[in-house]
Design a protein around this ligand. Sequence first.
Ligand code: UD1
Ligand code: MG
Length: 458
Amino acid sequence: MKLAVVILAAGQGSRMHSAIPKVLHKIAGLPLLHHVINAARGLQPEQIIVVHGHAGDTVQAACPDPDLIWVEQEQQLGTGHAVQCALPALETRIERVLVLYGDVPLIQPATLRGLLEKSRNGLGLLTLTLDNPHGYGRIKKNKSGSRVLAIVEQKDATPDELKICEVNTGIMALPVEHMENWLSHLSKENSQHEYYLTDVVAMAAEGGVLVQVAQPQEQIEASGVNDRKQLAQLERAKQRMQAEELMLAGVTLQDPARFDLSGQLSHGQDCTIALNVICEGKVTLGDRVQIGANTVLRNVCIADDTKILENCVIEEAEIAAKSQIGPFARIRPGTRLAQATRVGNFVEIKNAQIGQGSKLNHLAYVGDSEIGQDVNLGAGTITCNYDGANKHKTVIGDNVFVGSNSALVAPVKIGPGATIGAGSVISHSAPADALTLTRGQKQIVPHWQRPQKPRDGG
Ligand code: UD1
Ligand code: MG
């Protein structure tokens, strides 16, 4: 059956107390609406139509997919009216419409497929059975409970109807052949003076169209975001779902509740991730990669058997196999580390390539540099890449040894096999295989008096 998904996203979201439209608030780094669009895409529908309200431009700009169809609902006259607004955009070949909410982000394609399957010959409702159904539309059934008769909104329900615990999640599958007719008969005669989409259920039941209900695997799938408290709850739920998926796929998470992923993590076998690790963007781990506690990885590719120790921040970088980074290393965009490199504590690297087996073990800054193989940069080595206006490059050949606390003033080249004496300032190229050092002569001033603090009372 040819399917269109209509996503209702015109509500204001006033309880968010925000200048940002509600559906653009984020869960796992993606706007709520993106999650719903992704779930819709999982069904491979013919069309996805998003009904938006005032902040249409901002919402559209945040979801630039060219195949989305945008419809404006100028005034929010109710969920029925919102679906009515989408009707002119429906292609004639569409046979079914699935209504989703832009602020119900955790809905899963498998649940939606179940609903569509079950309601093949009629109208489908995704419902929940709740201990506390307050606020939701109630599913009214016949005495035996075998047929759905109507949905009654909280504000219109009788005391008996309020006792019903099966509620409407709002997600609904409608047959197009009846839908237009049903929607044209909606009225605002209810306590909220809105056109309720839910009124089509009674019309279907009266017209002999079968109404089928399905339930999601987890309640949280059908939960909406109205305020930031719920946003945080759904964030945790999404993180739990992602963490479970990773563990089932073979990643060890030391504590799944203390791991956050906003983006995509692909991984090989037997990776382990310690506490409070944050992965953002596209993160790729090879086999047996270990990530230490309190580490942030943002758009990073890390190859087999590499260990990232605690408290590292690594961004837009590629790290080859068998390397060891950290603790407390900061690796910035444009860094490429070859196999078996060592980057130790308080080392910052930016836009640099480091050759195989090279070591930067302590307190260094390397920026805009090309460093060969088996190089050892001593503690406190600094590439002075910036002259206040321009960035310059440092090139270091294979097997170079740079003594501690040396400043390499770029642009500068250090030839292969060179040694730089500790404490040097190298502002001209240093030749291969030689020792270059720039220490001044030792000076001795005998009987040197250090400045004295004034004595108390003196
Ligand atoms: C709706 C259902 C209720 C269900 C509940 C689940 C109706 C009449 N009621 O009630 O049975 O239990 O959801 O949360 O449908 N929207 C628009 N345009 C509008 C009005 C709403 O786009 O004119 C969008 C909102 O942005 C939101 C969704 O539709 O994403 C639901 O609207 P909301 O006002 O929250 O409906 P409820 O009163 O909660
Ligand atoms: Mg609501």
